[in-house]
Design a binder for this molecule. Structure first.
Ligand code: FE2
Length: 276
């Protein structure tokens, strides 16, 4: 059974043009969890916290995964791709060799909350063409388990055979959103070869033999081939995110994640000379 190796609370910061976020992965306290580079959580009912959005900015060398729990986000890129990610929808974007995009709230008021995860690409895929996997809430896999536990499957396949719409074979990703009733349980095999984290974002959850962890926090999980969680008295919602480590050197410069410093410098040069 996997136990909590490290529990980290989000670090408050501003991203984009001034959006208040909590960074769960990608800080000095939890630098990365190969193949996952970063995990940001945004959650506010105050439009001033999100209206500025994320105007045009580049990416190269990895994938960004936006999961909207609540609210609507408009996305547009320099290749002519545009759309709105609605409540419960996911956009799994491969930046590949380069994209310039904007991510702006499609709402002037109301609560907006969700997550953005950065998934690294192996060297052989860093310079592939950009691409998208976009799915609304209605396309997610759904499973109801004993005790009223609900599992929303975004990527991967559960032990119950429910598959998510996103394919991420380069890291064999599993991305689940789990809704637990008060005292509700969840258990799922996760290969020992994979990095795994549980993100508690509502209520509280005890993982493995550990004490209850209150939202919002990420628990990086240790070795083992199963994940087990039990919700506290108020129930809980959490994400289980797992993937096979890439195991390559990571050279990270702002919005570019490559294998070497020289490749990052090349990315800046290519972006500045309009080659994205
Ligand atoms: Fe972005």
């Amino acid at each position: 059974m996997r136990q909590v190796e490290r529990m980290v609370r989000g670090e408050a910061m501003e991203e984009g043009a001034g959006v208040r976020i909590a960074r769960l992965v990608g800080t000095s306290r939890l630098q990365m969890l190969d193949p996952f580079l970063m995990l940001d959580h945004f959650d506010s009912a105050d439009a001033a916290d999100y209206l500025a959005g994320f105007p045009d900015h580049p990416h190269r060398g990895f994938e960004t995964v936006t999961y909207m729990i609540e609210g609507r986000m408009r996305h547009a890129d320099n290749k002519g791709h545009a759309g709105v990610i609605e409540t419960g929808g996911v956009q799994w974007m491969r930046a590949g060799r380069g994209i310039v995009h904007s991510e702006m709230p499609e709402q002037q008021e109301g609560r907006m909350r969700g997550f953005q995860l950065w998934v690294n690409l192996p060297a052989r895929l860093k310079m592939t063409p950009p691409g998208y996997q976009e799915f609304p809430a209605s396309r997610m896999g759904r499973e109801t388990r004993a005790g009223g536990t609900e599992v929303i499957v975004i990527a991967g396949r559960t032990s119950g055979g429910t598959a998510g719409p996103v394919a991420a074979p380069h890291v064999d990703a599993l991305y689940l959103d789990i809704v637990l009733q008060p005292g509700g349980r969840f258990e799922e095999p996760v290969p020992d070869t994979h990095s795994a984290m549980l993100v508690v974002y509502e209520g509280s959850v005890a993982i493995g033999d550990g004490d209850a962890i209150d939202a919002i926090a990420v628990a990086a999980l240790g070795a083992g081939d199963r994940v087990a969680a039990v919700a506290g008295e108020a129930g809980a919602r959490c994400l289980l995110i797992a993937g096979r480590p890439i195991g390559e050197p990571v050279a990270w410069g702002g919005p570019f994640v490559m294998n070497t410093r020289a490749e990052v410098m090349q990315a800046f040069a290519d972006y500045q000379s309009g080659r994205f």
